[in-house]
Design a protein around this ligand. Structure first.
Ligand code: ADP
Ligand code: MG
Length: 323
């Protein structure tokens, strides 16, 4: 018997009001992250990855038009909590790391103060000295040299890569059950990106919680994640254990993404291949497979209804009639 997943999302829909009408930004998202596992979420820009993170954190913008479905963290249905209860979940059970650490760090406080304050909600009775000691310890674990000295420095005194290490330390210091990382390496240059991905791999040794790792790159999630969800225009296209997804992609979109990214060293330095066509609008969505217009394999059936997101083998699901 398998243990209940830590995070379980069912039939999640998110709509926003826009000037052109209602945008169906997320539709029918179903995800399970087992305890201690890392799930990658991959999709082109605009595919709804950040909105998914915001929905889990319940930090959706004011033009929200609809929020339906279920987001369970352990036994807690997050969409049923009061705002005050949800604020406690954010401070203690879920932590988030953003693409740009500067948006999350306050430029006028030292790193030490911010790392101590981040732990306040979790350990209300601890002294500042204890919290700073924990901070120094964690800074060392995430590869920040000379952490004691760096406590008294300000965010601008750190490089981009070091700032992202600070954010990872800050998230881990609260010992969350779920860590959400939203494109944490996208703002970094390639060498630093590789170092931070490696750090996430090492984090598994000191972090027992689950992780949702969002990226626009299949290559980045391939090494790190146990399973991968591929999103297309706010809809789940395919979810599978990482190795299955890379060896046997079932959805033509996953296959196309892989073809864009995977290749010899020489190919990778050539101009990036991309999938012809554009990500469709999610306003006035037709009753058809949303990928059909870009799909090389599309047949008539694809345009006559939305494909079910169905299981094709244990733990492997795809929203494609051909899968
Ligand atoms: N507050 C909002 N109002 C209207 N549309 C939004 C809002 N936030 C995001 N969107 C739209 O939702 C889609 C998904 O956005 P996002 O979740 O940021 O995608 P990703 O993180 O995958 O790039 C995009 O088309 C974006 O323009
Ligand atoms: Mg995003």
């Amino acid at each position: 018997m398998s243990e209940a997943p830590l995070l379980s999302i069912r039939s999640l829909d998110v709509d926003f009001h826009t000037r052109s009408g209602i945008a169906q930004v997320l539709r029918g998202v179903d995800l399970d992250i087992p305890r201690g596992a890392i799930m990658g979420v991959v999709g082109e820009s605009g595919s709804g990855k950040s909105t998914l993170a915001s929905a889990i954190m319940r930090l959706l913008p004011g033009n929200l038009a609809a929020l339906r479905g279920e987001i369970r963290l352990g036994d807690t249905d997050l969409l049923k909590l009061s705002d005050a209860e949800m604020a406690r979940v954010r401070g203690q059970r879920i932590a988030m790391i953003f693409q740009d650490p500067m948006t999350a760090l306050n430029p006028v406080f030292t790193i030490g103060t911010q790392l101590a304050d981040a732990q306040r909600g979790r350990w209300p009775k601890a002294s500042k000295r204890e919290l700073l000691e924990r901070a120094v310890d964690m800074m060392a674990k995430v590869g920040i040299p000379d952490p004691k000295r760096r406590l008294t420095q300000y965010p601008h005194e750190f490089s981009g890569g070091m700032r992202q290490r600070i954010m990872i330390a800050m998230a881990l210091l609260t010992e969350p059950e779920l860590l959400i990382a939203d494109e944490p390496t996208t703002a970094l240059d390639v060498t630093i990106e590789a170092q931070i991905v490696k750090l996430f791999e090492e984090v598994r040794e000191i972090f027992s919680g689950s992780m949702l790792f969002i990226s626009h790159s299949l290559a980045v999630v391939s090494s790190l994640c146990d399973s991968v969800a591929v999103m297309y225009a706010g809809r789940p296209a395919e979810v599978a254990p990482s190795t299955r997804l890379f060896e046997h992609p079932a959805h033509p979109y996953t296959a196309a993404l892989l073809a864009c990214e995977v290749g010899s060293e020489a190919e990778r330095h050539a101009p990036l291949r991309s999938i012809p066509g554009q990500v469709p609008s999610v306003i006035n969505v037709p009753n058809a497979c949303i990928y059909a217009d870009r799909c090389e394999r599309a047949i008539e059936t694809c345009r006559s209804g939305v494909p079910l997101f169905r299981e094709i083998e244990p733990g492997h699901r795809a929203a494609c009639v051909l899968a």
